[in-house]
Design a protein around this ligand. Sequence first.
Ligand code: CO
Length: 275
Amino acid sequence: MITGLHHVALAVRDIERTAAFYRDTFGLPGIEASETLVDQGVRAAFIPLSNARIELLQPLRDDTPVGRFLERHGEGLHHICLETDDILAELRRIASTGVRLVDETPRHGLAGLIGFLHPQSTGGVLIELVQVTGEGGAMVVEHDGRILRVLIAKPGLDGHDRGAKVGARALRGAGMEGIYTGIRQTPEMIVEAALQEDVDAVGLSVLSGAHMELCPRILQLMREKGVDDVPVFLGGIIPDEDVAPLKAAGITEVFGPGTTTGAIIDYVRSLPPRD
Ligand code: CO
């Protein structure tokens, strides 16, 4: 069942500039949730209204869906989003009527589980459905006057990223920007992302056993790029005897498999502020 309008989304070149326009022109509040999805090449944020939201989408690069949209159409309306209480049932029901879907199964978005319908089947309007789950749509809480940005990265070849995704989502739920790189990242890609995203911390997730090769390499690249003031912590399956050498190499904290997301959030909050 569709329960209402969740948001209207705009493709913009600069989220802060657009948010300032809506504040100055309409007296609307600032953005309330913000997250960067590196794998989708977009940063997203909500301006809250009493009964819905305005979503702002800013591409990270030109060669992304929103980047290409901006190139073709300029800034403007991008999609509308309808809220449902059961996204899986709703996507199945809609598909059975012959409407083409972009997402056959729901995926995680800024406000919860989302799925897109194809504009060719909807009169030219890109339509998103959302089931608000509480797992996304973090309220932004400023920390020492600003929002902490944390890169969660999965170096190496293992493809198990449930823990990394849960960690990134938990950080967002705690009002930080949790930026997740996706699986199978090289040390070079991770350090480049840390540099470009100007993050306050980097969290590495390694389950492959290759932490003793990957972590020193990443720390070395960070020194070379001049971002070695950014703390790098590690989560995964790490034998006890590896913890001391990893810390000696510059890893600031090591979290084992039983770590709660709350412990990671507390740790990131406890980091000294960067200037
Ligand atoms: Co949307």
